[in-house]
Design a protein around this ligand. Sequence first.
Ligand SMILES: *Cc1c(COP(=O)(O)O)cnc(C)c1O
Length: 412
Amino acid sequence: MAKEHSPWDAKQKDVLQDVGRGWHRLSTFLTHVGRPTPHSDGVFVNHSVARGSTVLFPSISEMNADGEKAYQHQLVYGAMGNPVQHELEKVLTALEEGLHTQVVSSGLAACTVALLAFLGSGDHLLLPDSVYGPTRRFAMRFLTRFGVETSFYPPMAEEDQIRALIQPNTRVIFAESPGSHTFEVQDIPMLARVAQTHGARLLLDNTWGIGAFKPFDHGVDVSIQALTKYPSGHADVVIGAIIVSREDDWKRLRSAAIEMGECAGADDCWLTLRGLRTMAVRLEQQSRSALSLARWLKERPEVARVRHPALPDCPGHHFWKRDFIGASGLFGVELKPEFSASMMERMLDSFHLFGIGASWGSFESLVLPTTGGVTRTHPDGFEGPAFRVSVGLEDVQDLKEDFVHAFRKLME
Ligand SMILES: *Cc1c(COP(=O)(O)O)cnc(C)c1O
């Protein structure tokens, strides 16, 4: 994809710092990238779904000569990718401005396959304490069994603190910015500096930052995306992707994915590609509604604090301002400590428009409590009960009215 279609023009950065202002260029890019060649006659606007397992070859010798094809997004066998998967991979590579992409079966698989590709027995991993709960469990249960040791670092740790945690066998520093449920925005360039000095890889779960954070400009080695969220956007697909910027990292990642049999179904890839076409307009509205709702919630007497990266009292807000060109529609709310967890539960149960359930980034609004093992047990600075809000495409006034109604239940 030509550079001029990129949503991240350096010249634009200053004017794009406010939420939502970056999405115009992103929408042009997502409308045109990864489509069938438009210059021939009789071509549909979109790719078709091609389902398949067996790929036929003209001869045994040509089949045997195909070792390299699997690394070049070419067809070898269904488990090593299908045509729509490869188109989706091209779009994600361009969107994140990387070199290659591996699409996998879920966002969590994107986290685990990336970790397994870059870690081995006897290695040490650094995970932020704010990491997505299932990634944390994978490290603690699965990686431990295979002889990988994990240390947790505070997501707002400074350079000295990170350096002090580095061991000679530290191979991966993992980051997630902002953190799941607690929304600390991390100092990625600093982590990249430390990783580089010690010959470790910096892996970033960039799901929240899709379109708004350009990982490879800030020193990230491997970007991870739960495409289940905004890219597919309609709560009907579970899928993930890993994007790398170096050829040697691609070899490692691609062989790990092949060896583990990781791929995604053609229909899910197609739905994700379709979702990406409208991601910029959805993000534009959802980020604007979320910021409006977050600011409104901040003024409510029931609310102690709102954790939205674009608001000044969010931990790491200055990093968001420095490094991001937009914000998504997901943020956290802490109630005042006088409210109990069960009072909050009654409140969350009473919404008409906000659903209760896992995931986020789809067209419909959701809430989810921050307790219950979804993150670390005692996040820093939380005094009252807390929950997470994923703002959908509903009218923001309707969403505020739903909150007015729910706050009434909190007081009952
Ligand atoms: C949802 C999520 C994942 C996992 O994605 P799934 O497709 O649900 O497996 C990983 N990381 C983050 C930050 C997420 O929010």
